[in-house]
Design a protein around this ligand. Structure first.
Ligand code: ARG
Length: 479
């Protein structure tokens, strides 16, 4: 999602130039009971426009919907509503075009929009905030933001899943060593590995969908904390904004940000997942492994060592998971122990969420492109596969011959130990070493990587029939 807006940082950083009539930041909006303005240091602390301008879309849409509620409450005529809506639409269009509408005395996005509206449509603009507080307004904007980002991210995850599915089909017949503890463990098809990523992402989508639902209650009508005094049609406003529900308690509505925590929780599960696949791709693209070639566009060179082609894309995705975790901790820490209802601490809720959402978005994009362009080096991988990957298969074959599994494990373990001390593959040990293995010659022939994989057609296993079923299910999930 591209969100264009003027760069407000430079504008709002300047100390506001106060005239005797003006009261500086926010003063024109709430300064009735104040003799003077804020101290410059306090302004610097207070101003949130440099980051909450990100909510301009939600804020303006929220205000447009609010006018519907005000008509129903008898506060606005339909003509006034139409004038307000067209004024708000004009502001939205101008901001989308990148026009610089904000001024240093705008405290936050809510006040900025109201000021611009009043300047454009006159005194009518002053009626907009009837029955509303910035407390229910900001909660509404922020919930809408979370819902939209959650929707966008779900769509992006599906893009990554689509690519993973395609690559799984590309590598249906190619084997690799599966690892546990980063030691070669058992043969698996590369497709199986790629589908593990696909299915984990399925849960990330459902976590985001749940965060969407939690955010999907509209606070407008809650006022500052006690509820609006006007007979405001909350359902009408909620429907207009795409909220499936309205909040059921005005203190709850204005105080709590658990929907944002849930969203960050979902993003962090995703971030950690991406980081762990990124880590595999980093290791596998080393010359020691040589399993994977990353697309050149996702690697970078060294300023000193001409031979280097570093997997920076995947290292950054790995690193960004730490950044997202920071956002999660940051919001939790702000919220801990806050008294009810609204406290200004809550202004600190937005930046971590914006940052984590944007980070997740770019990480997903890069990961999708990396998966689409990476090339497994299938021949080199086969060469690195150690025969000991088949040790479990030999034990399983002995079990089929009636040997209890513990005994089979012991017999094979001895073979492997002997092979290791002699520096050969257990398959190359002489017949006398295999004396405890009944029917050894026949069993040995059954010990191939393909046979190992194909013994595992159990649901969810790496056998090719199981993979076909996984692919089929994956296809239906993406439909
Ligand atoms: N900028 C504020 C925030 O993000 C808006 C709400 C201000 N409410 C207030 N009572 N001062 O939380």
């Amino acid at each position: 999602m591209v969100r264009k807006v003027q760069s407000v940082k430079s504008k709002t950083k300047k100390k506001s130039a106060k005239t005797s009539k003006e009261k500086g930041v926010g003063g024109a909006m709430w300064g009735g009971r104040f003799a003077g303005g804020m101290a410059p240091s306090m302004e610097q602390l207070s101003v949130s426009l440099p980051f909450d301008h990100e909510l301009y879309h939600e804020d303006i849409e929220g205000s447009m919907a609010h006018t519907l509620g005000l008509v129903a409450a008898g506060v606005l005529t339909t003509q006034e509503r139409d004038l307000m809506i067209s004024g708000l639409k004009g502001i939205l269009t101008d901001l989308e075009m990148g026009l610089e509408l904000f001024i240093p005395s705008d405290e936050d996005i809510h006040m900025a929009v109201e000021r611009i509206l009043t300047e454009r449509i006159g005194d009518l603009g002053k009626k907009l905030h009837t029955g509303r507080s910035r407390n229910d307004q900001v909660a509404t904007d922020f919930r809408l933001y979370v819902m939209r980002r959650a929707e966008d991210l779900v769509e992006q995850i599906e893009g990554l899943q689509f690519v993973l599915l395609k690559r799984a089909k590309d590598y249906r017949k190619d084997l690799m060593p599966g690892y546990t503890h980063m030691q070669q463990a058992q043969p698996v098809y590369i497709a199986h590995y790629l589908l593990s990523f696909f299915y984990a992402l399925e849960r990330d989508k459902s976590r985001l969908e749940h965060a969407w639902e939690t955010a999907g209650e509209m606070p407008l009508g809650s006022g500052a904390l006690a509820g609006s005094a006007f007979p405001y049609k909350r359902d009408l406003v909620a429907a207009r904004l795409g909220f499936p529900h309205v909040t059921r308690n005005s203190i709850d509505a204005t105080s709590h940000r658990d929907f944002a925590l849930e969203f960050l929780g979902a993003l962090n599960c995703l971030g950690v997942l991406l980081s762990s696949y990124a880590e595999d791709f980093v290791i596998w693209s080393t010359s020691e492994f040589g399993f994977l070639k990353l697309g050149e566009a996702y690697t970078s060179g060294s300023s000193m060592m001409p031979q280097k082609r570093n997997p920076d894309s995947m290292e950054l995705v790995r690193g960004k998971a730490g950044r997202m975790l920071g956002a999660y901790t940051r919001l939790f820490t702000v919220l801990k122990g806050l008294p009810h209802a609204y406290d200004r601490d809550l202004q600190e809720d937005k930046e971590p969420v914006f940052d984590a959402a944007e980070t997740a978005e770019v990480c997903l994009q890069v990961m999708t492109e990396v998966v689409a362009t990476m090339e497994f080096q299938c021949k080199a991988i086969l060469k690195k596969m150690q025969p000991a990957l088949l040790a479990t298969d030999l034990a399983d074959l002995l079990v089929e011959k009636g040997m209890p599994f513990r005994d089979a494990h012991h017999v094979v373990g001895k073979l492997i130990g002997e092979a290791e001390s002699k520096g050969v593959s257990f398959l190359d040990l002489p017949a006398k070493s295999w004396k405890d293995v009944p029917n050894a010659a026949v069993l040995r022939k059954k010990l191939t990587f393909v046979a190992s994989a194909e013994r595992r057609n159990i649901q969810g296993g790496t056998g090719s029939q199981s993979i076909a079923a996984q692919i089929k299910e994956a296809e239906s999930l993406l439909k």
